[in-house]
Ligand binder design. Structure first.
Ligand code: G3H
Length: 540
């Protein structure tokens, strides 16, 4: 542990650099609800950066600004705006033609793109994500929005015809579900907000959105865009303590869909609050402890470079991160030597510095939690393998490679969500397979090998345990057109550009018996374009 007031040179000595980023504190004493940006006169919550300033021989966290703290009744007022805009499915937005909803989203996208610099700045300052990953998060979200628009058009084309089966005509389309509560995690506070918010909106639902616990101010530059692009009440935002605000919203029984990305424990607590569980649909992205299995014949150059980004990109704070490495004893020495060398070359610094990987962690108490995991492993026989491993300085936790790790240690079971890399040696392939089958998690796995037979033998048992088996490739969510889901405690529902449109909607149909009178009625409705739903128009 480095003394908190020791000058390591890691943190800036003046606020001058913040000026060059375009930073000044943001007191967000306003909020968006019911199509208006309201002035807030209530209590405010201070937001601090994980970045410190070293001045006058001491470190101090940078204060970034503040946001409102809602009470339960203020949260219910915001919820009511979403409920009013839904209006039992008769609101302007849920009954709007798909092409008009798309126009609104396209308008939003134009406004969104203009806020790149500001949002990227807040990503760096609020969660410590390095510049290139912050830019990627912004751009990936922009692509996600335009891909979603294209996917909605395709869906519309696919459902613009009438079917005739057993004497019944039907038009089957996907309709919205109602009011959606969206909650995002701090590690992708922008992208994973939009991963649920956007499909929910575009399918005609109305939304109450609660920003992540870190990564709140970065939504501020988008408030005006939400207000301008969508009818009143389509997007409404709540702030404050989840225990009060989310509790009140869920207990109201007015939420139709819970979209939550975070821990399974919290998801379970939130779901239980709903008084009418059959009415509630859940779309959840939860815990994971994805293993990499490095076989004796793996190409170690590939395995090492994939495992470096797999374990340590954004300091290991990705749900898809590789969180435990099983390495065959025949290549253990070689793998570990090369892996540790690369770890030692990772540059630590401020998120805006060039080529940095190791950056400050945003969660209070996280360094203490991680050192608890490391100490537990050390007490049970593991050792730190890399130079600088185990060191911490305030919000910095330096990557720590632990070996040999076994099942007696907490790090073997717990999702560290941080830069600790446990290595488990194995001789018998049943050991890592057993790890996967016994685990409470079921998201992904990575296999590193050049032997097609061995890989094939692992694919078949593993695809029924996890939802993605990566070969010579790290675990990851993208590309976003692929399904992102998990088994066991790892997820509920599937997210991808097209799957998300399905999870936030339900197949609804208009049907009639095939006779002359009904055919005439349907023809009139279609020809005169009298209904937004029963319609043979489609989008190009
Ligand atoms: O934290 C979970 C993210 O959805 C992972 O996304 O694999 O693209 O980093 P990623």
């Amino acid at each position: 542990m480095i003394e908190s007031n020791q000058n390591t040179g890691l943190f800036p000595k003046s606020t001058e650099i913040l000026g060059t980023l375009g930073f000044s504190p943001l007191e967000q004493n306003y909020f968006l609800s019911g199509g208006k940006i309201h002035v807030w006169n209530g209590p405010m919550h201070d937001i601090h950066s994980p970045v410190y300033i070293f001045q006058e021989d001491k470190h101090q966290k940078i204060r970034l600004g503040s946001v409102p703290i809602f009470s339960a009744s203020q949260a219910i007022d915001v919820l009511q705006d979403a409920v009013n805009a839904w209006d039992l499915g008769r609101g302007e937005w849920p009954v709007m033609r798909v092409k008009d909803r798309i126009k609104a989203v396209e308008h939003f996208l134009e406004l969104y793109k203009k806020q790149r610099e500001k949002v990227v700045k807040w990503l760096m300052l609020e969660i410590g994500k390095n510049r290139s990953e912050s830019e990627q998060e912004f751009d990936r979200t922009s692509d996600y929005i335009s891909d979603t628009i294209n996917s909605v058009k395709q869906l519309d084309r696919d459902t613009s015809n009438l079917e005739l089966n057993s004497g019944i005509y039907a038009q089957i389309r996907r309709g919205p579900l109602g009011v959606v509560l969206c909650m995002a995690p701090y590690n992708y506070p922008l992208n994973e907000s939009f991963a649920t918010l956007l499909p929910a909106i575009i399918m005609g639902n109305t939304v109450v959105f609660k920003p992540a616990k870190h990564g709140i101010l970065l939504m501020e530059p988008l408030l005006e865009a939400f207000r301008e692009a969508f009818p009143p009440g389509v997007v409404n935002i709540v702030y404050g303590d989840g225990k009060e605000v989310v509790k009140a919203i869920m207990e109201s029984g007015k939420i139709d869909v819970l979209a939550f990305i975070g821990s399974s424990q919290t998801a379970n607590q939130i779901k239980k609050l709903h008084p009418r569980p059959n009415r509630l649909r859940s779309v959840l992205g939860l815990d994971a402890k994805n293993p990499a299995i490095i076989l004796a014949d793996a190409d170690l150059d590939v395995a090492v470079s994939e495992c470096i980004i797999g374990t340590l990109a954004f300091n290991g704070q990705r749900c898809t991160a590789l969180k435990i490495l099983f390495v065959h004893e025949d290549v253990l020495h070689d793998f570990m030597q090369r892996f540790c060398l690369k770890v030692e070359q990772l540059k630590a610094g401020m998120p805006w510095d060039e080529n940095v990987t190791v950056t400050p962690l945003p969660e209070t108490g996280k360094p203490e939690y991680l050192s608890g995991l490391v100490n537990d492993a050390l007490n049970k026989g593991a050792a730190v393998q890399n130079e600088g491993g185990g060191l911490q300085h305030l919000s910095f936790v330096f990557p720590t490679v632990l070996y040999p790790v076994d099942k007696s240690m907490r790090i073997y079971h717990e999702e560290q969500f941080g830069p600790i890399v446990p290595i488990v040696p194995f001789n018998n392939i049943n050991d890592p397979v057993h790890y996967v089958t016994e685990s409470n998690f079921g998201q992904q796995v990575s296999i590193f090998s050049n032997n097609a037979t061995q890989i094939a033998e692992l694919i078949d048992p593993l695809v029924n345990q996890v939802c993605r088996v990566n070969i010579n490739t790290k675990c990851q969510r993208g590309p976003d057109s692929y399904p992102f889901n998990g088994r066991k405690d790892s997820a509920e529902g599937t997210l991808s550009v097209s799957d998300a449109l399905r999870v936030f909607s339900i197949r609804t149909m208009v049907a009639t018996r095939n006779n002359e009178g009904n055919r005439e009625i349907f023809t009139k409705i279609l020809e005169d374009r009298m209904s937004n739903f029963l319609s043979d128009q489609f989008l190009l």
